[in-house]
Design a protein around this ligand. Structure first.
Ligand code: KIV
Ligand code: ZN
Length: 538
């Protein structure tokens, strides 16, 4: 295998660690949509899931391997604990990929060994080469992670990594599983590995880290300075607990500060050769897609992809930017694919213009998807004269959500005001084809709608988050509603965009209920809970 050490490999784990965020559960078609977007973005490796965790995960990895893992596409990776059955299943799911990678892991910190694995260091040291060797018999490309490396004894870590590389691992990934280390410490761990693992030149050093103290990105950049060449990250930084290092922040730090980072990769400071393969102009689209499909909102002040990331509010700043953009801007909004919210289409625009604009935005829709999205576009254009890129993205992301509509909203109507009891009526087509109408009163119009929907659908749940935000500025802007609800400890999300926020609220809620209904139908609720318990250990 060719070990490239003069550039940064971007390993995206949005579909594995990212999907471990509560409520971020995606169905197989949504995972495929995200995998395609990641391939367009230019990630080198997609960690598509944990095949042993559930039948759904296995099927998703297999499908992504078949449809996105082409010879010129990204490497497709499947996670496996260091057990024969996990590794066998990962190998089987990855079969259709032109380039498949098994990522196997076992904990190495004393606290994990004693309380979780109940194994001695010697036992772990025996398991690692055996399992890496087994993975190597199934695929060429094997990655090994010593879980909780950030809190492991460095001397033991060196021994484990040496054994993993000797058995065939070509990437050794160093996880800060609990987000505990500081940048200087993490850099020192990477340097220690470079200097003390005798066969380290036969592998790429990778890093994986959680953001519990908000230090994940800083830790990774320190790791790059000390020899790490693969970064494991997620879109919008989603993931277990406080999430993972955010892909967009890492990539833009390497892009904006390339003259600082170039020398660490043996280049001259003024080299213009990109440090990684990411097409930065796809960052904004991909971020919105992931946020819409997972229901994980992006905070407005989030670096790079937050709504305010390129907004200048203070008069002094605005004045400076008007005189010269560089006074207050270190990067250009267009470099992440943020167009100047131009009005691009209207109700007279045809299919051709619609398709063209979507292609420019990076969407390659099938004929069926295009037809559906075009009908939605016409509907929105009837209500809202001018359609911008942001509107188009909201429309298409809404259509790309592929929650099977077991329950379908046929009508929603509310009456409310300061002298009226908020009352809602809904008509819903049920999975067995009945058209049911019911009504309810609530503390406000949205509460009334949700009460009325609950009377029809009748699956107990607790609403844990409701948020509405406008897609663009202006009084006729579309509203995006995201909701999260909980049923027996498992969170489900729903998302919808509409010019009428009452309709969007009803559709988002029904979307989440449809996800819940789908999981109950497939008996997946138990599988998810078990998978969550298994992966919580990760
Ligand atoms: O956080 C972690 O340690 C992980 C490993 C499986 C890499 O997710
Ligand atoms: Zn992790």
């Amino acid at each position: 295998m060719n070990i490239e050490k003069d550039r940064i490999i971007i390993f995206d784990t949005t579909l594995r660690d990212g999907e471990q965020s509560p409520g971020a559960t995606l169905n197989i078609d949504e995972k495929l949509t995200i995998a395609r977007a990641l391939a367009r973005l230019g990630v080198d490796v997609i960690e598509a899931g944990f095949p042993r965790a559930s039948k759904g995960d296995f099927a998703a990895v297999e499908k992504i391997a078949a449809e996105v893992g082409s010879e010129d596409g990204p490497t497709i990776c499947g996670l496996a604990r260091a057990t024969k059955e996990d590794i066998r299943q990962a190998g089987a799911a990855l079969k259709p990929a032109a380039k498949g990678r098994i990522h196997t892991f076992i904990a190495t910190s004393d606290i994990h060994l004693e309380h979780k694995l109940r194994k001695s260091r010697q036992e772990v040291l025996a398991i690692v080469p055996e399992m890496v060797g087994y993975a190597k018999s199934l695929v060429h490309d094997v990655e090994f992670s010593p879980e909780d490396a950030g809190r492991s004894d460095p001397e033991f870590l060196y021994q484990v990594l040496e054994a993993a590389i000797a058995a065939g691992a070509t990437t050794v990934n160093i996880p800060d599983t609990v987000g505990y280390t500081t940048p200087a410490e993490f850099g020192k761990i990477i340097r220690g590995i470079k200097e003390n693992v005798p066969n380290i030149d036969q592998a790429i050093i990778s890093v994986h880290g959680h953001n519990d103290l908000g230090l994940a990105v800083a830790n990774f950049l320190s790791a790059v300075e000390n020899g790490a060449r693969q970064l494991e990250c997620t879109i919008n930084g989603i993931g277990e607990r406080a999430g993972n290092a955010a892909l967009e922040e890492l990539v833009m730090a390497l892009y904006v500060r390339r003259s600082y980072y170039n020398p660490f990769l043996g280049r001259s400071a003024d080299s213009t050769e990109p440090l990684c393969n990411i097409d930065t102009t796809q960052i904004h689209n991909t971020s919105r897609l992931v946020s819409n499909l997972t229901g994980m909102l992006v905070q407005p002040n989030k670096a790079i992809v937050g709504a305010n990331a390129f907004a200048h509010e203070s008069g002094i700043h605005q004045d400076g930017v008007l005189k010269n953009r560089l006074t207050y801007e270190i990067m250009d909004a267009q470099s992440i694919g943020l167009t100047e919210n131009l009005i691009v289409l209207g109700k007279h625009s045809g299919r051709h213009a619609f398709r063209d604009r979507l292609e420019t935005l990076g969407y390659n829709l099938s004929e069926i998807e295009l037809n559906k999205a075009f009908l939605r576009f016409k509907d929105v254009a009837d209500k809202k004269k001018e359609i911008s890129d942001l509107d188009l993205q909201a429309i298409v992301n809404d259509e790309l959500q592929q929650v099977p509509e077991a329950y379908r909203l046929e009508l929603v109507q509310v009456s409310c005001g300061d002298h009226a009891r908020p009352t809602a009526t809904v008509t819903i087509l049920t999975p067995d084809g009945q058209e049911l109408t019911d009504a309810a009163i609530g503390t406000g119009p949205v509460d009334a709608i949700y009460e009325a929907i609950n009377r029809v659908v009748n699956i107990p749940n607790e609403l844990i988050e409701y948020s509405v935000k406008s897609v663009t500025e202006g009084i006729d802007a579309m509203g995006e509603v995201t909701i999260r609800l909980r049923h027996e400890g498992v969170t489900y999300s729903g998302h919808a965009a509409n010019t009428d926020i009452i309709v969007a609220s009803a559709r988002a809620y029904l979307g989440a209920l449809n996800r819940l209904y789908g999981a109950l139908q497939q008996g997946d609720q138990a599988v998810h809970a078990a998978a969550a318990a298994a992966t919580n250990a990760i």
